[in-house]
Design a protein around this ligand. Structure first.
Ligand SMILES: N[C@@H](CCC(=O)N[C@@H](CS)C(=O)NCC(=O)O)C(=O)O
Length: 206
């Protein structure tokens, strides 16, 4: 059975949701960033990390989601068939990992983005991050105009990827999702999904 190493509140929520949607047995192990246990499976000390029974390890949220979607075609989480559907899935996976996730880092860890340790300098970095996230959410919001799902093929691992980042935005953007009603609607639909609720409760230790 695969093992997912996750941290509470992290992007590892995405593969955790995907595993729950797939519905096959898995183990979810809660870890601390940079802990010995996590460094043993991922030298970056970061989550998510997936371990298969034979010891094979996979890091990078986008790669793990793609692997899970193709490992379990019966779950229908790849976002459609064909060359262009595959390319669209990669496009949105890259959007979330390289554009959206990376835009949150200055907000989460401003000290990594300035050598000036004054409060004002760090606040400026946080605000720059918020502006970056807002730009990306604008793109996502427009894309979702008149659409229920991000990909043409219906519900996919890409919504699982979006979900933790949308939760961060609710907390960390000054106006939350006020300017992004389509994103809010996507969030509300997935927050009502029993599998998503189960994973959130599991991660919260309930
Ligand atoms: N590019 C990696 C980034 C993983 C990542 O940075 N995860 C965060 C949690 S959302 C983390 O573990 N941070 C700990 C750290 O950077 O020390 C991915 O997409 O999986």
């Amino acid at each position: 059975m695969p093992t997912l190493y996750y941290a509470v509140g992290a992007c590892s929520l995405a593969p955790h949701i995907a595993l729950e949607w797939i519905g096959e047995p898995y183990e979810a192990v809660r870890v601390q960033y940079g802990s010995k246990e996590l460094l043993a499976v991922n030298p970056a000390g970061a989550v998510p990390t997936l371990r298969e029974d034979d010891g094979w390890l996979l890091t990078q949220a986008g790669a793990i989601l793609d692997y899970l979607a193709f490992k379990h075609p019966e779950a229908g989480l790849a976002g459609g068939d064909g060359l262009r559907a595959r390319a669209e899935a990669h496009r949105w996976s890259a959007f979330f990992s390289s554009d959206v996730h990376a835009s949150f880092w200055p907000i989460f860890m401003p000290y990594r983005y300035t050598t000036d340790d004054s409060k004002a300098a760090r606040q400026a970095v946080v605000e720059a991050g918020q502006m970056l996230v807002a730009k990306k959410f604008d793109i996502l919001n427009h894309h979702l105009d008149g659409r229920e799902y991000i990909l043409d093929g219906g519900r996919s691992v890409i919504e699982a990827y979006a979900f933790p980042m949308i939760r961060w935005a609710i907390k960390l953007l000054p106006g939350g999702l006020t300017d992004y009603p389509n994103v809010q609607a996507l969030h509300d639909r997935f927050a009502a999904d029993p599998a998503v609720q189960h994973v959130l409760a599991q991660e919260a230790g309930k």
